[in-house]
Design a protein around this ligand. Structure first.
Ligand code: KG4
Ligand code: ZN
Length: 346
């Protein structure tokens, strides 16, 4: 079965055709990064307008690039939230129009469910339940996934999301948006260097004993204080990136391992844009070997926002009968735990 996925929750206009939730026939991502760069972050109004301009060409390219016709598509899956409301509205409206005109079933997908779909896309044999770490520009959450639409939140950030902290720390050093990949690259360059006297040393926030919540605001403030107090030569920037990244990765890995142990889970799934971080990937791999659990992280291209992941999740949801009516509305705030109730109401 071919599912057309549509994703417009943030700053990527994306459409993809995926066969049986695992084989990607086309995957088109039109990034708005250049449009937002000069503002140092995403401007919601600019994002909505760009989605309006991009959605039709992106849909055409995804369908024609798949080698299939609209009449071959078995379901349209679209991100319905959480995200920027004006941006979501463009994708949801396009999906509804397609579903109505071509008489295809419609599936509403939570954006985090979408990120989870990226893991299923590449490893369809993952057995549930599993623990999932979602690390993106908007989320740093740990979930216990018993099944589709059966999600229990184990912990979440109390302030900034990990990706947001990356982007903000990069911005204060004058590095381009989005800062995550830039800091990742610079941290890697400086990884092997010996410690420097007076070099940056930032806190790791573990919060109360046993807590699976996160906090990155103290780390961000420590970085800000250091950047203000020191001359930012290339080397100093590199060292800040290295220390910042080590602090983020250390906490993410320890809390993920703690979550896996707390549920005696056999598998950890990691999803979201920050899951493409090279240091996080290798630290998690080490932790999975040491603690004997299976680690599933999608390839870097499927970690950041795309529509193949939405189509993959949409396929599984369709199989479970989770279709939506044409009254489907996007929701800016849509917690994963709410998906079960929504499903039961439908
Ligand atoms: O999942 P995503 O594409 O969009 C959201 O749903 O938020 O995640 C984007 C976030 C941005 O904050 C970006 O800086 C971060 O993921 N990111 C990274 C890396 N690549 C993207 N953070 C750290 N290291 C990376 N390599
Ligand atoms: Zn995302």
């Amino acid at each position: 079965m071919y599912v057309l996925g549509i994703e417009t929750s943030c700053d990527e206009t994306a459409a993809a055709v995926v066969e049986d939730g695992s084989s990607v026939l086309s995957n088109v991502v039109s990034s708005q990064v250049e449009l937002h760069r000069k503002w140092g972050g995403i401007v919601p109004e600019i994002a909505s307008r760009a989605h309006m301009e991009n959605i039709m060409p992106v849909l055409h390219e995804a369908i024609s690039g798949s080698g299939k016709r609209l009449s071959d598509i078995g379901a349209v899956a679209v991100t319905m939230g959480p995200g920027l409301i004006g941006a979501l509205l463009v994708g949801v409206s396009a999906a509804k129009a397609l579903a109505y005109s071509a008489r295809i079933p419609l599936v509403g997908v939570n954006h985090i469910e979408g990120h989870m779909g990226a893991a299923l896309l590449e490893s369809p044999d993952i057995s549930m339940p599993f623990v999932m770490l979602v690390v993106s520009g908007g989320h740093t959450h740990l979930y216990y996934v018993r099944g589709f639409r059966d999600y229990e939140k184990l912990g979440q950030t109390r302030d900034d999301a990990a990706g947001e902290a990356y982007d903000k720390v990069a911005k204060l050093m004058g590095l381009p948006y989005p800062g995550g990949p830039v800091i990742d690259g610079l941290a890697g360059e400086y990884a092997g260097r010996a410690p420097v006297k007076g070099g940056p040393k930032f806190p790791r926030a573990y919060l109360e004993a046993g807590s699976l919540d996160f906090s990155f605001s103290g780390l961000k403030t420590a970085a800000l204080t250091y950047v203000r107090a020191n001359e930012m030569k290339d080397e100093t920037v590199g060292l800040v990136c290295r220390e910042f990244q080590e602090a983020v990765v250390e906490v993410l890995v320890k809390k993920s391992v703690q979550a896996v142990k707390s549920r005696d889970a056999g598998t950890l799934v990691v999803a979201g844009g920050v899951a493409s971080n090279s240091a996080l990937r290798s630290a998690l791999l080490g932790a999975s070997r040491e603690n004997n659990f299976r680690l599933v992280i999608p390839g870097p291209a499927f970690c950041t926002d795309n529509a193949a992941m939405v189509a993959a999740s949409g396929y599984h949801l369709f199989k479970l009968g989770a279709t939506a009516g044409l009254d489907l509305n996007p929701q800016a705030n849509l917690p994963m735990e709410k998906m079960k109730a929504m499903q039961e109401m439908a």
